[in-house]
Design a protein. Structure first.
Length: 110
């Protein structure tokens, strides 16, 4: 059984709870981008976007680096993999429960 780091999972799910941060993750899934490129579709200030990026960075979901005067961001997928594994564990449980219920309703309930 996979052992999950509770604090890391908390940071990942907290970071993914915001639609702006999910949109940033979706954009970075297409490739690296500058902070300005990431900020472009949002109706918010650059400092506000930077706060979102810091949350994602603290969760380990992105990495920022300087390229001259530009900050570039790169998606770091490992926390997403761990979150997916955690969700998959519970998906399997609930699918099993729902299949058992369906079997009961089809065979034993009538």
């Amino acid at each position: 059984m996979v052992k999950f780091n509770t604090q890391a999972m908390d940071r990942t799910f907290a970071a993914l709870a915001d639609p702006t941060r999910r949109a940033v993750i979706a954009r970075l899934a297409k490739g690296d981008a500058s902070v300005g490129e990431l900020a472009e579709p949002f109706d918010m200030s650059l400092p506000a976007v930077s706060k979102h990026l810091r949350v994602l960075e603290r969760a380990g979901l992105l990495e920022q680096r300087r390229d001259g005067r530009v900050r570039r961001c790169k998606l770091m997928p490992q926390p997403l993999r761990q979150a997916s594994q955690w969700v998959d564990r519970y998906r399997a449980f609930w699918e099993g429960q729902l299949n058992a219920l369906a079997d009961y309703l089809e065979n034993d309930a009538l």
